[in-house]
Every structure is written in structure tokens, then in C-alpha cells.
Design a protein around this ligand. Structure first.
Ligand SMILES: [Zn+2]
Length: 451
């Protein structure tokens, strides 16, 4: 648990500087020049490398295979993953949180985990259930404005009540912003017209369905006085509405944090015409180039607070009315790729290390109440860090991030910069770019101020 990382360019809260980082008992005790290691410490030479706080992935669905996902995460420099729970039929959301905590302890994770409480019966949610979610140690509740076909879509009044209850106990509300009612009509129409496959899937969830839902969600949040977090925003219209809300009269009463996901930054919808189209089915779908441009601008100008992977251990079957074949399913893998691929893309596009560090670690940790323990490299923070060599050029292989999903949507991409060393609470997870071995010792996190 004692570690000294020497001579790297350390991305500290006050900006990058060349210095050392000392971790003792799993916690950062000093960041400065000429530090001496206790005899028990592992010493890592980071000369020529960048030292970042361990990545915090704000958006994953891991409970089907936590150990495998945690290995891919570690290889990609992510030391904290915030996963959605997966309630069973009729299970109260807080029970699913407690079950996820038990599962994490039983199965073992290399990295630390926190949980967002999925609410699958949003229109029947009670104030007591939301308060119990906070007591169970979740960092947010999650409401879906889509997926009527799965029976989990919130109505307008359901959204308002959920937001009011969450505001009452200080929990942020995550809202999946796609207008499920309009999507249902488009799926039905496509099915009747015989349109099938990846293009039909994407066309059933067009940008305007996201824009409508973002607008409605922000208006309801203002009425309820709720703090919200909007995951996987992907359209130019969503970014415009976000900025309008923040410069409008309700910004203080209803503060909003915004996330985009790696695939909506890197991959455009031309993949839906390619041989691997099925690998890129995800909701919201990949977007046209003009939306990627808007998302990229929002990443660099500060509109976006966090970049997630939306990593899904399991995929969901595509609605039979528009499925291109019997096995068609949606959901994307990316917990391993997120940090190295965003760093590579960001440096090529002139985005500062501080900004990339914010998007990959500090912003997600802050949004859910885990900073400065997580997402920051400063005395008192956990000894979670990544040593990243900015010069190495490599190509993502099918096997680069063995996450157990059986898919590798980023395979074939050229990347500049490689993860060399990773620690979680001072313990080495990755040395020389490979898993260090050793027993999974990740812990379950509760946000600041949780009971
Ligand atoms: Zn998701």
C-alpha cells in the first residue's frame, strides 16, 4: 500500500507539474519534488510519462460480470467504476443496491465500485423508497424516459415526483433522455413498412427524440428543484439546451451535470452501413458527423462534465419489429478503452491534460459525491493513479481489454499513448501495461455525506 512514483508530469489540482507522488497506507500523503520512499514502498519511475488520478467511469452496467469488467477497467487506467444496479421484477431499488454491494464483495473486483440505483417502476416510486436508496449508499437514482416496451419508462408526473423525492434527500437524479413515446411510434411505423436492421434501429431513435426529452427533463427539474445528471448526451440540440438552461433563471435551483460517452465522441453513424454494424447498436444510437462536432466542442469548452463508457456486460435484444436478425442486440463495451482512447483523441485535438483529467476522473467523482477521495491527485486522496506514456503508438486489438463481453467495438483503432502502471489505494493493478496479478481487493464506495 506504500508507493512512490517519481519524475512524472503529475496532473494535480493546481495544474500539471513535474514531481513525485507518495502514497502511504493506500492514501496520497505528498505530491512534490525530491520525495523519499519508505523502505516498504514500491518505486515507479515515471520519467517521460504523465501521472493522472485513476480514471472514474461514471456510466457502466457491470453486475453481470464484475470481475471481468474490473480487469479491463484496470488495464485501461480506470480505478473506480460507477455501475447501475439491475433490480429484479418487483424488487425495491434500495434492495437492488444492497444486493449489488453484496455481489461486489462476494465476486471480487480489482477496482473500487459505486452504485447508481436504477428505478424500474418510476411511476410507483415513493418518497420512502428514495430515502431508502440514499440510506443504502447509492449515489443517485436513475429514471428512464424511454423503454416503454420494457415497462420501465417514466411518465411526466412520475419524473416530477421522483425528482421531488430525490431533491428532498439530496440525491441527484439521472435521467435517460430519449422520448420513448415518439420512439414507440417510429418503431411501429418502421416495423409496418418492413424496415429492419441497424439503420432502422438508429432511425427509430433520431436526434430530435433526445432533444425533446432533454428539454422536458430540464423543465421538470426546474419545477421540482432537483439536481440532475444527464448521461450519454449525443446531439447538438442537447448541448444547446444544456447551455440555455445553465444561463437561464433555473440554473441554481436545478443544477445539471452532463455526460457524453466515448462512442458518441469517436464513432459516427456510418458504421451502421458497415460489416460490423451490429456491434455498434447502442441507445442513443451513433450520430451523424454534425452531432459529433457539437459533442467535441462541448467537451473542450466545459459544457460537458464527464465522459463515460456506457459499458454493458450484457446486451439487450432489439425490438423484434425492427431487428435485423434473431440475435440482434444493443449495448456497447468500453470500460477499458475509455481513458486511453479519450486521452489519445484529446491530445491530437489540442485539449489540455487538465481538461481531459477533469472529464475522465475529477468531473465524474464530483458529480456523484466521491471527490476529493476519488478523481483527484492530492494529499488525502486515495492512492489511485495512472502512469501514462504519451509517446507509444499502438492499435487496439480484439484482446486488448478482455472484459468478457465477447465484443471489441474499438478494435482496429490507432491510439497514441499507453497505460504503463495503475494503482488503486496504493496497490499495483497494472505493471508494464499488464495485469499485476494478486487478489481482487476493490471496495464498495459510499458517496460523501452518505449515512
Ligand atoms: Zn447505460
Amino acid at each position: 500500500m506504500d508507493l512512490l512514483v517519481t519524475g512524472g508530469l503529475v496532473v494535480a489540482p493546481e495544474g500539471p507539474r513535474r514531481c513525485d507522488v507518495l502514497v502511504e497506507g493506500g492514501v496520497v500523503t505528498e505530491v512534490g519534488a525530491g520525495l523519499r520512499a519508505p523502505t516498504s514502498a514500491e518505486v515507479v519511475d515515471a520519467a517521460g510519462c504523465v501521472v493522472l488520478p485513476g480514471g472514474v467511469d461514471p456510466h457502466c452496467h457491470l453486475v453481470q460480470d464484475i470481475p471481468a469488467a474490473s480487469r479491463a477497467a484496470a488495464l485501461g487506467g480506470t480505478t473506480t467504476a460507477l455501475s447501475f444496479t439491475l433490480p429484479e421484477a418487483g424488487e425495491p431499488p434500495a434492495e437492488a443496491v444492497r444486493r449489488a454491494h453484496d455481489l461486489s464483495a462476494d465476486e471480487g473486483s480489482l477496482i473500487d465500485l459505486g452504485f447508481h440505483a436504477s428505478c424500474y417502476r418510476p411511476n410507483a416510486l415513493t418518497a420512502a423508497e428514495v430515502a431508502d436508496v440514499a440510506s443504502a449508499g447509492a449515489d443517485a437514482i436513475k429514471i428512464f424516459m424511454a423503454y416503454g416496451e420494457l415497462g420501465i419508462m417514466a411518465s411526466g408526473d412520475g419524473l416530477f415526483r421522483a425528482m421531488s423525492y430525490a431533491a428532498g434527500c439530496g440525491l441527484p437524479v439521472q435521467v435517460h433522455c430519449e422520448d420513448g413515446e415518439v420512439i414507440e411510434a417510429l418503431v411501429e411505423q418502421a416495423g409496418e413498412a418492413g424496415r429492419r436492421g441497424a439503420r432502422a434501429f438508429a432511425a427509430s431513435r433520431p436526434p430530435v427524440t433526445e432533444d425533446l426529452s432533454v428539454e422536458r427533463t430540464l423543465a421538470v427539474a426546474a419545477l421540482a428543484g432537483a439536481r440532475c445528471y444527464l448521461p450519454h448526451l449525443s446531439t447538438a440540440g442537447a448541448m444547446a439546451r444544456l447551455r440555455a438552461h445553465r444561463s437561464g433563471p433555473h440554473a441554481r435551483r436545478a443544477p445539471v451535470a452532463a455526460e457524453v460517452c466515448l462512442h458518441h465522441v469517436l464513432i459516427d453513424d456510418r458504421e451502421y452501413d458497415g460489416a460490423r454494424a451490429g456491434d455498434f447498436l447502442v441507445a442513443p444510437p451513433l450520430r451523424a458527423a454534425e452531432h459529433l462536432d457539437a459533442v467535441r466542442t462541448a467537451l473542450s469548452d466545459g459544457t460537458v462534465d464527464a465522459v463515460g463508457s456506457d459499458h454493458s456486460q450484457d446486451r439487450t435484444p432489439v425490438d423484434a419489429r425492427i431487428a435485423g436478425g434473431p440475435g440482434a442486440a444493443y449495448g456497447i463495451a468500453g470500460i477499458g478503452a475509455r481513458l486511453p482512447l479519450l486521452l489519445s483523441w484529446g491530445r491530437r485535438h489540442g485539449i489540455s491534460l487538465e481538461r481531459l483529467c477533469h472529464l475522465l476522473a475529477t468531473g465524474p467523482a464530483r458529480a456523484f459525491g466521491y471527490a476529493p477521495r476519488k478523481g483527484v491527485l492530492a494529499p488525502g486522496s486515495d492512492g489511485d493513479l495512472v502512469v501514462w506514456d504519451p509517446e507509444v503508438a499502438w492499435t487496439v486489438q480484439e484482446t486488448s481489454f478482455p472484459d468478457g463481453t465477447g465484443t471489441a467495438p474499438y478494435a482496429g483503432r490507432s491510439v497514441t499513448g499507453a497505460v504503463r502502471f495503475v494503482s488503486c489505494r496504493g496497490r499495483a493493478l497494472v505493471r508494464d501495461g499488464s495485469l499485476a496479478g494478486g487478489h481482487p481487493a476493490g471496495s464498495v464506495l459510499r458517496p460523501n455525506g452518505a449515512p
